[in-house]
Design a protein around this ligand. Structure first.
Ligand code: NAP
Length: 274
């Protein structure tokens, strides 16, 4: 089975190179042309027509809609759309219906793990769709990931991804406040992170972001603008109305974007605290 990748951003570009190295990449396309990328195609339609599976990893629901509407004529029986952008369950419903109407199949496949994880093939997929389809795609997705969790249907996969990001965004804000409090008391970052490493509150996120926070390096692993997009999507969902932390982190991320840090790593939240 050959796969095409649409969206060569932070993650899509890395995954496409892994697929290429494994000899399974059939084509790539990105809105802003990257014509020297291996197996570059002039349009998303041509990626879809040469691939069995088309993996979409673009910014947000409007971007996914644009891509899907363009590739629809090239879809049909035997084709699979693997939708890996972080979107909301309602959008997932709509995109799945468009794809199924062509006779193609649809797998909601959001993932976790930012740029370093993608580079090390350590992404983790939350798969939503039929078990048979998940099994068919297992060997392809294994080329870029350490785990493929079949979590339920397409809506549940999209929801789980937003739930995971809510937890991460909240942790980032709390970590920023704790670090700032410690700095304001004259404690060195080394002391703060040394204590955190032996504290029950230590986490994978703290491990990942410690070097960036200590160095003031906000080069994006996962950007403010995309975390803001995810918190906005979550805050519009049924079932989140009484989540005070969600609304707080959404507003902090919006403030970070207004400050001009939208393309920086979401650990830039700490900069709002001066
Ligand atoms: P990114 O580097 O910002 O790349 C976004 C991609 O979307 C680019 O290829 C961009 O094309 C494309 N795009 C934007 N608007 C478009 C449109 N209207 N039509 C077609 N293409 C469009 O983002 P990323 O970090 O790779 O993330 C991609 C997706 O994965 C997002 O949904 C994000 O939330 C999710 N995600 C990311 C991470 C992470 O750590 N980075 C982790 C989990 C999930 P241009 O080059 O033309 O702008």
């Amino acid at each position: 089975m050959k796969i095409g990748v649409i969206g060569l951003g932070i993650i899509g570009g890395v995954w496409a190179r892994h697929y290429e190295n494994a000899g399974v990449l059939s084509g790539v396309w990105n809105r802003t042309p990257q014509a020297d990328f291996p197996l570059w195609q002039a349009s998303p339609e041509s990626v879809a027509s040469t691939a069995h599976a088309v993996q979409i990893v673009v910014a947000d629901p409007p971007a996914v809609r644009e891509v899907i509407e363009r590739i629809l004529p090239a879809l049909g029986p035997g084709k699979v759309v693997v939708q890996s952008s972080t979107i909301d369950p309602q959008s997932s419903d709509a995109f799945r219906a468009l794809v199924l109407a062509t006779g193609a199949r649809y797998l909601e496949a959001p993932f976790t793990g930012s740029k370093p994880a993608a580079e090390q093939r350590q992404s983790v997929f939350y798969l939503g769709g039929e078990a048979g389809l998940v099994a068919e795609l297992e060997s392809l997705l294994a080329l870029v990931s350490q785990a493929r969790l079949h979590v339920g249907d397409h809506r549940q996969a999209a929801t789980l991804k937003l739930a995971m990001n809510l937890n991460i965004a909240a942790q980032m804000q709390a970590l920023s406040e704790a670090l700032t409090l410690s700095r304001r008391a004259g404690l060195a970052d080394e002391v703060f992170f040394g204590a955190l490493a032996k504290n029950v509150g230590h986490s994978g996120l703290a491990r990942l972001k410690e070097p960036k926070l200590r160095a003031g390096d906000f080069a994006p692993q996962f950007s403010v603008k995309h975390m803001l997009k995810d918190m906005r999507l979550a805050s519009r969902m049924n079932g989140c109305e009484d989540f005070p932390v969600l609304y707080t982190v959404r507003d902090r991320l919006a403030a970070a974007e207004r400050a001009g840090w939208g393309d920086e790593d979401f650990s830039a939240l700490v900069k709002l605290l001066g």
